[in-house]
Design a protein around this ligand. Structure first.
Ligand SMILES: [Zn+2]
Ligand SMILES: [Zn+2]
Length: 264
């Protein structure tokens, strides 16, 4: 089960970013190790900080609101350009102001979320010098993963729901004891049956096969501003790939390729 980050911070699900920031500041003042060396307070401080990291990041918050847990991702995204989850953005300002950096990112145990953020996509667009200079609107055809409208990203056939994985009991990982020359070593690894999700889709959606997204081709208009040059990129927020389980889409980048000078 996903942790309830909203409850941890004591804010409503519809709280504004400003309210979330205020709630975190207040708790951080009470719980910071310099003020409150008590062990329970420190544990709580870590939880509160983690919750703030998640809820102050619009993409991670979106994953939470879709029923997922952005911190329990076990990788496997693949493809695309940068990982939007690399590094905690936005936290630095608060942490630096309060404590001089060094935020602890408490990793979570438990099953990883099926809902993952999508990758960015990149497309090249050839433009003449004239178009580059004056700016232009172009219709482009993009081929990306979009939300499966049959299951709304859930991956199960309409009317059915995933069931708890029998092999791992929903924990998403299995443990085994291995003998080595050091003695017995307990190791845990992602459950091979549910791939770490803790649940299995018993009756997959026919349209997407359980992935929660399908590939689709669509045409969008991209507005190239005046004065672009070869290699410059225009970013279209949220027009990239939808993530597994219907996770929030990445961005689409359109890279300008300037054609050698000639009349069109
Ligand atoms: Zn589907
Ligand atoms: Zn399992």
């Amino acid at each position: 089960m996903a942790r309830d980050y909203y409850a941890t911070l004591g804010v409503a699900r519809e709280a504004t970013p400003e309210q979330i920031k205020r709630a975190y500041r207040k708790l951080a003042r009470e719980l910071h190790p310099d003020v409150n060396p008590d062990e329970a307070a420190q544990e709580r401080f870590r939880e509160v900080t983690t919750a703030y990291e998640v809820l102050s990041d619009p993409k991670k918050r979106q994953v939470v609101d879709l029923g997922g847990d952005p911190l329990s991702n076990g990788g496997g995204a693949g493809g695309g350009m940068g990982d939007p989850f690399a590094g905690f953005g936005g936290l630095g300002d608060i942490m630096d102001a309060f404590f001089g950096g060094g935020a602890a990112g408490g990793g979570g145990r438990g099953p990883r979320s099926r809902v993952q953020p999508g990758s960015d996509a990149l497309l090249r667009l050839e433009l003449t010098l004239e178009d580059c200079a004056s700016g232009v609107n172009r219709d482009i055809t993009v081929d990306t993963a979009v939300l499966c409208d049959s299951c709304d990203g859930g991956g199960s056939r309409v009317g059915s729901a995933p069931s708890t994985c029998d092999t791992c009991g929903g924990r998403g990982e299995v443990q085994s004891v291995q003998r080595s020359f050091l003695g017995q070593v307990m190791t845990s690894r992602p459950c091979p049956v549910c791939r770490g999700f803790g649940e299995v889709i018993t009756d997959p959606c026919q349209q997407c096969g359980g992935d929660g997204r399908v590939r689709a081709r669509r045409t969008i208009t991209v507005k190239i501003p005046a004065g672009v040059g070869d290699g410059m990129r225009v970013r279209l927020a949220g027009e990239g790939e939808v993530g597994p389980g219907g996770g929030p889409a990445g961005d689409l980048f359109v890279e300008v390729e300037e054609l050698p000078h000639e009349r069109r």
